[in-house]
Design a protein around this ligand. Structure first.
Ligand code: PMV
Length: 360
């Protein structure tokens, strides 16, 4: 949809420059699990945009010195060259050449870093790919003045982020974002996410999402492999139907400020995601004993106190603890006293629904 052969530079009289974006991670409440075609989702998903778990990326550019074809990139992560990450980014930028052909005409330098501890077990692809996509859109707009409208800019950034990592397309927007075509939301698309801030009750505007690190180890099965295993999963078709049904319920709860229905759906979705992993062929399990202990403790605490505290999970063993700002003084002692001792090295991140990416 964005292929554009006219985005080429006609002179190398371009002043060097740079762009600096900070972009957050996000937590899906309705999960995206299963894809087709070029990064297209099998079902619509909706997520909370986080605030404290973010990537900061600086993209610097100048006219290419050599006449060689192809992407010219220097890359560093937390100040150190990183060949594995660099290769992934070169492959990604090459795949974008039909959309951003001028990338072939520049020497690029990318410096990137995460706010959260390296390999803390937090999926960083959403924050890193969205930060890079935002830098690329700033660069395009600087060179061609082609993304002057905010909505156009955000939509293209979301589209480009999706091509790097599906879930990254939702990180472009403040508060909450929806990705995937659905009758529930006008303007929704499989190609990019759309903002949801205006459709949600204010109780969700500063909802907490504390991330409890059960393991810092890298996942044994990547998300890419996990998505692929959905193709032969016998629960795939009912799962995609279920995601659509739950989305409908969730959108009502979000509008009405119905925290209990929100929490119930968040938990059901998290466990469904992991059930799909367990029922893949071959089957695999990313939950750890401490994840289950935390879930049991959280449910007992909720039953005993009536406090609205819920959990979610990403594709890993770490627990996301969700609760409204109004109960922070009651639930924090429970989290710190009962759950944090089950974290690896006591590591956890206090996070909440945030304002979305920021250009620095
Ligand atoms: O964006 P990917 O391809 O890494 O997939 C991530 C999918 C989940 O994080 C497990 C769920 C989601 O919707 O974010």
């Amino acid at each position: 949809m964005y292929a554009n052969p006219s985005l080429v530079l006609h002179s190398d009289d371009i002043a060097p420059g740079q762009f600096n974006w900070k972009s957050p991670s996000n937590l899906a409440i309705i999960k995206y699990w299963g894809k087709h075609g070029v990064q297209l989702p099998q079902n619509p998903s909706i997520s909370l945009t986080l605030e404290n778990a973010f990537t900061q990326t600086i993209l610097a550019y100048k006219p290419k010195e050599s006449k060689e074809e192809g992407i010219s990139l220097e890359f560093s992560f937390h100040g150190e060259p990183n060949e594995a990450f660099k290769q992934k980014i070169v492959t990604y930028l090459e795949s974008l050449l039909p959309i951003l052909p001028f990338l072939n005409q520049l020497d690029l330098t990318i410096q990137s870093g995460n706010s959260f501890p390296h390999s803390s077990g937090i999926a960083s692809s959403a924050s890193s790919m969205s930060a890079l996509a935002l830098c690329l859109c700033s660069l395009e707009d600087e060179l061609f003045k082609s993304l002057q409208e905010d909505t156009e800019f955000d939509q293209k950034a979301s589209y480009l982020a999706r091509l790097g990592s599906g879930s990254a397309c939702r990180s472009i927007y403040s508060k909450m974002a929806l990705w995937g075509e659905t009758e529930q939301a006008g303007g929704s698309s499989n190609l990019y996410a759309i903002p949801q801030e205006e459709n949600i009750h204010e109780v969700f505007h500063n909802f907490h999402d504390d991330i409890l690190i059960v393991s810092q180890a890298e996942k044994s099965v990547s998300s890419r492999a996990g998505h692929a295993l959905m193709e032969n999963n016998s629960y795939a078709a009912p799962r995609y139907q279920q995601a659509n049904d739950r989305l409908q319920q969730l959108m009502v709860a979000l509008k009405e400020g119905d925290v209990n229905t929100f929490g119930q759906i968040a938990e059901d979705e998290a466990l469904t995601l992991h059930a799909l992993m367990m029922t893949s062929q071959p089957s695999y399990l990313l939950l750890q004993p401490n994840t289950l202990q935390m879930i049991n403790k959280l449910r007992t605490y909720r039953q005993d106190t009536g406090n609205p505290i819920f959990f979610s999970l990403d594709a890993g063993p770490n627990l996301h603890v969700l609760y409204p700002e109004s109960v922070i003084h009651e639930v924090r002692p429970f989290i710190e006293g009962e759950l944090v001792p089950l974290c690896e090295e006591g590591l956890w991140i206090s996070d909440w629904v945030g304002e979305g990416p920021e250009q620095l």
